[in-house]
Design a protein around this ligand. Structure first.
Ligand SMILES: [Mn+2]
Length: 433
């Protein structure tokens, strides 16, 4: 027996992929999870009779020889099929637009597209399988929903041409609109209001980010739709909603991004969740859950994710000429003359303790002061930048204090120096590859 299944809380992409797969693999039984998104439920309440859907407990799992999984790639997202995990002689076939997974498929088509349906449309086109307008409509809903009507940054050109193909097959936009309307009711409206009231806005690596945290009062459907609206209303590059369960030991984080360079899916995988570049979520469970710390964690991840590929250490000049603090002013004067420097960092046991520059020589009153150690005249207000900081921060420091060179520090030791010339190279991208 061949069965086709998809993830719990099935959305239109999941349902449409199950139907599409049942055309690609004739004779297989579509097995739906018990939970569905509300709009999918509404669709099925009208169309259910048209499909021979079953649930896991309607079938004898021992007889399953082939498991076709669509729009999912891990066991824990399937409903009631755990018994099949590790079953001998079970062939697994996988169609998914999510990456990763733990299913060990015999064959798979796993590609980053806006929707899984898009991958199946490719197969349907190739095999010249006929589609009824109703199935074409359902498949189009899958693509529209998962790509936010082709606007999410995860959308590919193949998603768009799959839509064209389905419209050619008479997919009905009126039907589509009546089911795809975001389930936005009174509960969602209240949540959105709370979200806007608890907003924390931050600017990280130039991105405008909004965070909010809300304690949920019971189950709320379609939170991702609400986060999407929240992002639009706050008009930020990315928005994160932290939704705490009442006992506050669990929190679902939902993120939406409208810029391609800020990959929410990647970020959420770092938090143990998943998703696409445009949208993702993670469930965080802890006895001592601290939403503030979760916000910090996400901020740091964005900071790290977006850290420009160019590091300070790639730009800075090295090695650095330094003088030790016990050198005399006469020695330093000679060094400055020889090298043509306007100043030098002063170190004591490798640690930066000051900067001596030509200007400091004017502090000397008598010739014999030339024999004094440099530490007597050096300037101790050191402006330096940690090697972990971005080139942009170093440049900001140079502009703010009108200085031409900034020592780069790692664990208190000076490892290089960033000069104006180095900064220009960063701005004009003149770095060799
Ligand atoms: Mn999907």
């Amino acid at each position: 027996m061949k069965i086709i299944t998809t993830h719990k809380s099935a959305d239109f992409d999941a349902l449409a992929s199950v139907i599409a797969a049942s055309l690609v693999y004739p004779g297989s039984i579509p097995v739906l999870p018990k939970t569905m998104n509300p709009n999918v439920k509404a669709f099925l309440s009208i169309h259910k009779e048209l499909f021979p859907f079953k649930q896991a407990n309607d079938i004898s799992l021992d007889e399953v020889s082939t498991l076709i999984v669509v729009d999912a790639c891990s066991w824990d997202r399937l409903d009631g099929l755990r018994k099949l995990k590790g079953k001998k002689d079970l062939d697994i076939i996988l169609w998914d637009h999510h990456q990763g997974g733990d299913m060990n498929p015999l064959w798979m088509c796993q590609e980053s597209k806006g929707a899984t349906v898009t991958l199946l449309v490719r197969e349907i086109k190739e095999k010249r399988i006929l589609l009824t307008p109703m199935i074409a409509t359902l498949m189009l809903m899958g693509i529209y929903e998962d790509t936010g009507n082709l606007t999410f940054s995860s959308t590919t050109s193949e998603d768009a041409s799959a839509c064209a193909f389905l419209l050619d097959r008479n997919a009905d936009l009126t039907v589509l609109n009546s089911f795809l309307r975001p389930a936005y009711g009174e509960k969602q409206k209240n949540i959105l209001f709370n979200m806007m009231n608890t907003t924390q806005r931050r600017k990280i690596r130039g991105y405008k980010i909004a965070f909010c945290k809300v304690v949920l009062d019971g189950h709320i459907g379609n939170l991702s739709v609400v986060v999407s609206m929240y992002r639009d209303l706050e008009n930020v590059d990315a928005a994160f909603g932290l939704f705490l369960e009442e006992d506050k030991h669990k929190c679902i984080v939902i993120g939406r991004s409208s810029v391609e360079s800020l990959d929410i899916g990647k970020l959420m995988r770092n938090l143990g969740g998943g998703g696409h570049p445009g949208a993702g979520s993670a469930l965080i469970a802890s006895e001592f859950l601290n939403p503030g710390a979760v916000i910090e964690m996400i901020s740091e991840l964005i900071d790290g994710n977006q850290r420009s590929s160019v590091q300070l250490s790639d730009l800075m000049s090295y090695p650095v000429h330094t003088v030790t603090s016990d050198k005399t002013m006469a020695d330093v004067a000679q060094l400055l003359r020889e090298k043509g420097f306007s100043g030098l960092p002063v170190v004591e046991n490798q640690k930066l303790v000051g900067v001596i520059s030509r200007r400091d020589f004017k502090k000397m009153r008598k010739e014999e002061h030339m024999k004094s150690p440099v530490k007597a005249y050096m300037s101790k207000d050191i402006l330096c930048v940690d090697s972990q900081k971005s080139p942009l921060e170093a440049v900001r420091l140079m502009i703010k204090h009108d200085i031409g060179r900034v020592p780069v520090i790692q664990d208190g030791e000076i490892i290089g120096i960033l000069t104006r010339t180095d900064a220009m190279r960063y701005y004009y991208n003149l770095l060799p590859d």
